[in-house]
Write a protein that binds this ligand. Structure first.
Ligand code: NAI
Length: 244
């Protein structure tokens, strides 16, 4: 399905990002993933991917740092010979009600979740323009669509990703480049491990269960493949019906 393609996945060492790396790789893509700081975990992920017969390499890069992102994208092009798919998955939470939320907590979440995606998109933009093709997939959240008490920073960053997605889609639609966003609900990963036993949350989900990282990966595969070539600027919820 993705033979000969190179996919860049930010935050690819664990959770949803690692599931995306595995599924895109299993479907033929070569994988360059970015990770924040846990080199041991990144090596484990790289070994797992290579053990599956996937060409893969992890790159330490703080997506909130524009210069680091520009440098790493250049390096990936040199190592892999090109980039065809970009998945902006890296994200953090620093949840607090607004009176307790420090300005730095707001900034760091927006810097990572929203500006990080802008930096990667800016770095691949000339490449995608030149090759007249490319798939950009931004991992937003239902928090960005509905808002969430205690997540002013996170919701704002994820809503910002929706605006970024639609603007990029409009800029690049006539150039053969698609840009879409995915808005997951509760997915069982490290990020949500403190909520997995919470029955109130489960009851608020029509399907009465959390999603799995692999569920999100399957949607990314669809948006990364030519099966979705006429879809751009779209935001697709994957939330067991929670935000409908
Ligand atoms: P996670 O916490 O397990 O993984 C996040 C990944 O982002 C990690 O690999 C981490 O190293 C990377 N990362 C964080 N800051 C970074 C930085 N400055 N530079 C580079 N990489 C950085 O989280 P999970 O659950 O896998 O989430 C992945 C994405 O999905 C995030 O954007 C998150 O906001 C989003 N999401 C997750 C939901 C969930 O229920 N788990 C729901 C909705 C959205």
């Amino acid at each position: 399905m993705l033979e000969g393609k190179v996919a860049v996945v930010t935050g690819g060492s664990r959770g949803i990002g690692a599931a995306i790396c595995k599924l895109l790789g299993k479907n033929g893509a070569n994988i360059a993933f970015l990770y924040a700081g846990n080199t041991q975990k990144a090596e484990e992920t790289q070994n797992t991917l290579e053990g599956m017969g996937i060409k893969a390499k992890g790159y330490q890069c703080n997506v909130a740092d524009a210069a680091q992102v520009a440098g790493v994208i250049k390096q990936i092009v040199s190592d892999f010979g090109g980039i065809h798919i970009l998945v902006n998955n890296a994200g953090i939470t620093k949840d607090k009600l607004i009176p307790m939320m420090k300005v730095e907590d707001f900034d760091s979440v927006v810097d990572t979740n929203l500006k990080g995606a802008f930096y990667t998109i800016k770095s691949v933009y000339p490449l995608f323009l030149k090759q007249k093709s490319g798939k950009i997939i931004n991992i937003s959240s239902v928090s960005g669509l509905m808002g969430n008490a205690g997540q002013a920073n996170y919701s704002a960053s994820k809503a910002g990703l929706v605006g970024l997605t639609k603007s990029v889609a409009k800029e690049l639609a006539s150039r053969g480049v698609c840009c879409n966003a995915i808005a997951p609900g509760f997915i069982a990963t490290d990020m949500t491990e403190t909520f997995t036993g919470n029955e109130d949350i489960k009851n608020a989900i029509p399907m009465k269960r959390f999603g799995q990282a692999e569920d999100v990966a399957k949607l990314v595969l669809f948006l990364a493949s030519d099966a979705s070539d006429y879809i751009t600027g779209e935001v697709i919820r994957i939330d067991g019906g929670m935000a409908m």
